[in-house]
Design a protein around this ligand. Sequence first.
Ligand code: F6R
Length: 523
Amino acid sequence: MHNGIIENFLDLKKKLEAEGHIFASQTDSEVIPHLIEVGLSKGNDFEEAFRYMARQLKGSQAIVALSQSPERVLCGIRLGYAGGLLIANHKGETILGSALPAMVPLFEQDMSSSHEVVFLESEEMVTVTRSNTIYQNLDGHMLGKEPVSVAVSDLSSDKGNYSHFMLKEIMEQPDVVGATFKEREDFYNKTISLSDFQISDADVLNLTRVILVGCGTSLHAAQVGRNWIEEFAGIPASAESASEFRYNHLTVDSKTLVITIGQSGETADTIAAMEHALSKGARLITICNSEGSQATRIAESTLNMQAGLEIGVASTKTFLASLCTVLILAMYLGQIRGALNSLQMGVLIENLSTLPRILGDLLGDTGKYKDLAQIISGYDDLLFLGRGTHVPIAYEGALKLKEISYIHAEGYAAGEMKHGPIALIDSNMATLALAPKYQLYDKMLSNILEVKARDGMVAAILTEGDVELGSRVDVAAYIPPVPESLLPMVLTIPLQLVAYYVALAKGCDVDKPRNLAKSVTVE
Ligand code: F6R
């Protein structure tokens, strides 16, 4: 069993094929048994051969393999943080699963007690034989893993060992992102396949306009997506708030593709916007996380987000799933229209395959955002600043903070600050600047200096190694250097965590903020 993406599988496969291995599929997962076979041919036992295999892989994943020998040894490993792996002992059986909810049916017969489970961290391995279960690291050193006792009430509420659904859902994002890409990217041919997109190539070639529509967090995903549709598919695109769409006198006709984005698929404004789009003869698809919802019934095609159930009222994993799905869609449209050549497509696909690992690594050390959150929680007013595709990410950061911590926060295009909001800056105003190293870095730097010159407190999200800017702002948190197409997703993680920790520090109800509903079914 394999959950995740093997980033270097093409290299591994080439090498294995040169050594005479014959592959039966196009999946990255198939290099796993071949590598175990190589390990065995070196005279290792199954466990050591499994470890040999794991040491060759790059990327975040969980893998479980069963030997065919009469001993039936079962080995499992977690590499990075994209794929979870946990082990439970139940009625004399050892059970491996990807997450606690997967164990619920097995525990159901025994609802009165708590259950012991062991969670594997990155590069930890379990070996199960008929007589025992042992834990080792990648070098084969024994680990003394302590089981965690999980109360049945935790299991039934699906929170696992997290204190809030929001945190759990933030942590699930590497897996969600992996699932979004996995079946849709073809690493061999450097193409995207979208079997759930039902509009013919001829009709895609005829499109003159794309309008992305959503509310709240989904609108922010639409705003980022708008840029990608223009950049990668070369089609004029705009993002519209679903609540305004009907009233904005936009030119919508049969050559317009309307794409709605929604977690619930039940948001009244979004449904009304869809009906309006259909009445104008537009082509209509939806990116949605709820199968069978109204939005999926109205749209011609649905691109499923693959995020799983989201319970926290503040959307987190569905935001990242929306971003990734709309990015894949932009690439797909660009492929049909010839706007992306195979070289550009190859680079984008390779970059995307690294995203689950990058997000997993970031989430492996959440503590680094706590200082920033501590400082921010002392302010009543915040400006979130970004440029280019990071402007909607700034909006999203501000929305997350205000909805769960009740601190007043506004997202702003940094270049617009001098046209008004700069009047607000003084020592009582905090600014959170998105300033990773990329093409608009210098512009962002001048905006940060404008705030500093007026006594404003500046917190910044910077690229690792940017000591120079790190020393000029009041507090900084870092992200790794990543290709530009991944920055909107990577920058989102610190903002979600900062909002979460600020809300915790202020004692707010993180999962059920006041006055908000998970699904807004009224206009
Ligand atoms: C914010 C949030 C809301 C929703 C909005 C749209 O965290 O969750 O802003 O994004 O109500 O909901 P959906 O995506 O279900 O249409």
